[in-house]
Structure formats: C-alpha cells, structure tokens
Design a protein around this ligand. Structure first.
Ligand SMILES: C[S@@+](CC[C@H](N)C(=O)[O-])C[C@H]1O[C@@H](n2cnc3c(N)ncnc32)[C@H](O)[C@@H]1O
Length: 222
C-alpha cells in the first residue's frame, strides 16, 4: 500500500467521476433541447386548450403519444387522421426532440388547412409533412420505414391501415390506435381481434382516458 497505490486509486476515482455522467445520460443527450420552441408550443397549447372541436384528442391522450415517442426515441412517425392538428402537435413536439419527422394525412381540405396554420403557429411546421388526401390510397403507397403510427381516422378501416403499415413498421416500433375502448363500436372489435391474433405484436390498451388507446409494439418481423 505505497504512495503508488493511492495515486492509482485516485486516478481511477477521478476517471469514474468524469465518465459516469456521460454513460448515465447518453440517452437524453441524443435528444435535443430547444427551450424557445418548447415555450412556443406550450403557449400555443395553453391558448388553444378550449378550442379543439374537430374530434381532436384530449390533452391527456396527446401527452400519452408524446411520452411514447420520447421514451422510445422514435423518429419516423405517421398519423392517419390529422383533423385540425391537436395530436399532430403533441407528436411533432416530441419529434422535435428526437430529431424525427411526422407524416400526417387528412381527407378534409378545411381541416387540413386549419392544421397547417396551427402547425405554423406552434412553430412545428419543419417537423411535419401534412398531406391532403384519402388515407385508404395514400397509406399503402408510403415508403417507410416507420417507427411510430397513430391511427385516428375512420374506425371501419383500422384493420386495413394496420395491414398496410405493418411491413413498413420497424421491429421495436409502435402502432397506436385511438378510440378503441368500445369493442362493439363499428370496426374496433374486428381491428382488436386481428391485432391480438398477431404473434409478433404485443398489445396493451391505455384506458387512462375514456377513449382508450391501443399501444402495440412490434417484437419481430413475423
Ligand atoms: C378523430 S379525427 C382526428 C383527430 C386528430 N387526430 C386530432 O387529435 O387532432 C379523424 C379525422 O380523420 C379524417 N379522415 C376520415 N377518413 C379519412 C380518410 N379515408 N383519409 C384521411 N383522413 C380521413 C376525418 O376527416 C377527421 O378529420
């Protein structure tokens, strides 16, 4: 136990102290901080809190989508059913931190235009590719790969959207669908039965809000 031992121990201790923060925060380090944008989005959400009237998700559901993207560091997102953009804003806000981008599809021109103006006002336009058109035609033509999908358009087509998107969804990716709490609602039972029959999808239903969101992770290719 000479002076050399103490010196070596001290050096090791110093190195551990220097490198520990790098290891323990490596995940969050890859996500971008943009306090100005955060403030702009928060201001937008605060000022529009009571003005979402076009079948938009609740704030609670928006936060669920946001958290899923942040937690899994998703980057290539698709939303089916933009409406005026409430869920799109939560999704794109998360993507602004992971370095990702959202494709969102809406068939109604007035809602699509409202969404564009909301995305602009929230400062999130750069993170969103908003497309006007019929998702029945556009979704099967998408290139992929995708790692996050939010299905919130016509419920009777949910199963078809899932079938079209699954081959483009990366392993580890997540397919979410809104308003699935009523299994007897048109299209929902059929969608959930199909989803639960897939051996490579692990599904839970978040019932913290009345609408219910299915959250399905792709575990393997087949
Ligand atoms: C429940 S709203 C979406 C709400 C939106 N996700 C939000 O939280 O702000 C459903 C939207 O899907 C759109 N939609 C329905 N069928 C569609 C289709 N075939 N292609 C694209 N959009 C469709 C409707 O026009 C409507 O705006």
């Amino acid at each position: 136990m000479g002076i050399n031992f103490h010196r070596r121990f001290f050096c090791f201790f110093l190195a551990a102290l220097l490198f520990l923060p790098l290891v323990s925060t490596s995940h969050s380090k890859t996500q971008k901080d943009n306090p100005n944008l955060d403030q702009r989005v928060r201001n937008f959400l605060d000022s529009h809190r009571r003005s979402w009237r076009d079948m938009n998700v609740s704030e609670m559901d928006g936060k669920i989508l946001y958290d899923l993207i942040i937690k899994n560091n998703y980057k290539r997102a698709l939303e089916i059913g933009t409406s005026t953009g409430h869920s799109g804003i939560w999704i794109a806000w998360a993507l602004s931190k992971t370095g990702g981008k959202l494709i969102t599809i809406e068939i109604n021109e007035w809602r699509h235009r409202e969404a564009l103006s909301n995305f602009e006002e929230a400062g999130l336009s750069d993170y969103i590719d908003a497309r006007l058109g019929d998702a029945h035609e556009l979704v099967p033509k998408l290139q992929g790969p995708l790692d996050f999908v939010f299905s919130d358009a016509d419920k009777g087509w949910y199963k078809n959207y899932l079938i079209a998107v699954l081959p483009k969804l990366e392993v580890g990716g997540c397919f979410t669908a809104h308003n699935v709490s009523g299994r007897r609602q048109y299209g929902i039972g059929e969608f959930l039965d199909y989803l639960e029959s897939l051996p490579n999808m692990e599904t839970t239903i978040d019932r913290s809000s009345w609408s219910g969101i299915s959250i399905s992770y792709k575990k393997s290719e087949k």
